[in-house]
Write a protein that binds this ligand. Structure first.
Ligand code: GLU
Length: 291
């Protein structure tokens, strides 16, 4: 029997905070309890914001917490060709399109709609959906836009993608969503509209690289914060479109700061480095996280 595979997948674009510590420790504990493997993956597709220094700081923080993981660590920035292959496959099936609208153009379309009293749909994170205007550009029009040198992203044509899967998608949740959703959860990828598959500045996106890597690394159990619960709908859709296996999901509680606010990478008071400097020990961290 193959062993369960767990992973912690931080982005080295800031210092780890208590929430990351919780996620990493929970992954490692669940892996140990299941006699499984524990992997670490650097989600560093944003090569402008991710730095080798921040990556090293993650290793230092995780070692300080007493964690160890399998080597080598997979770095997404070294695998753009694999994400490109997945993008090409979606393009060959006509499921993605080049999207040229700038942020300002999108805002002006939304403002026009609001001025006419038409509400504009938002995604589960509250961001406005991308206008689907460019879904039906002809190939000739696409090439003309590209020839102007205007930057473009590749976006999923959500309508075509849903038609291609043909049947409702679900996942198996052993944690819980924001409304307590657990067990067999229905995926609602349409809530996200035409999601970015490859960004303007990098040949992939979070959604694409996360599903490609989880499959390539044989990840069977995805344990991560509840803030990514709704993104799972997009991940299940991409897994189906790319014929990738379906992992099990466990979305865990988010750790809140002492003042009840959300933790963020810019807050020093809850970064592991800041706490260490204040004299916290790894045992203090486990106690604070009730682990
Ligand atoms: N890299 C993501 C983050 O730091 C986590 C991705 C995942 O666990 O699926 O928020």
């Amino acid at each position: 029997m193959t062993k369960p595979v767990f992973r912690f997948a931080p982005s080295p674009n800031g210092r780890l905070h208590l929430g990351h510590a919780y996620s990493a420790l929970l992954n490692a504990r669940m892996a140990a309890e299941a006699s499984g493997r524990f992997l670490l993956r650097m989600e560093d597709i944003d090569t402008a914001r991710c730095t080798p220094e921040l990556e090293q700081a993650i290793y230092d923080d995780l070692h300080w917490l007493g964690l160890s993981w399998e080597e080598p660590v997979r770095r997404q920035s070294e695998h753009f060709a694999e994400y490109r292959n997945a993008l090409t496959r979606l393009a060959d099936e006509g499921l993605v399109y080049p999207a040229f609208l700038s942020r300002a153009q999108v805002h002006s379309l939304i403002n026009d709609a609001h001025a006419k009293g038409t509400p504009w749909p938002t995604d589960p994170d509250g961001a406005p959906l991308y206008p689907p205007n460019e879904r039906n550009l002809t190939e000739q029009q696409q090439l003309e836009f590209m020839a102007t040198g205007a930057p473009y992203a590749w976006r999923l044509d959500m309508e075509k993608a849903l038609a291609a899967t043909g049947e409702p998608l679900f996942w198996n949740e052993s944690g819980a969503g924001p409304q307590g959703e657990t067990g067999r959860v229905a995926a609602n990828p349409a809530d996200w509209g035409d999601v970015v598959i490859a960004r303007k500045d990098t040949p992939t996106s979070y959604h694409l690289s996360v599903v490609v890597d989880d499959a390539l690394q044989g990840v069977t159990h995805i344990v991560r914060g509840r803030d990514l619960f709704h993104a799972t709908s997009v991940h299940r859709l991409l897994q189906r479109l790319l014929d990738l296996p379906e992992p099990l999901y466990h979305h865990h509680d988010l750790v809140l700061a002492g003042d009840g606010f959300k933790l963020s990478k810019s807050r020093r008071d809850t970064s592991l480095e800041g706490l260490r400097e204040q004299g916290w020990t790894p045992d203090d961290i486990y106690a604070r996280l009730k682990l």
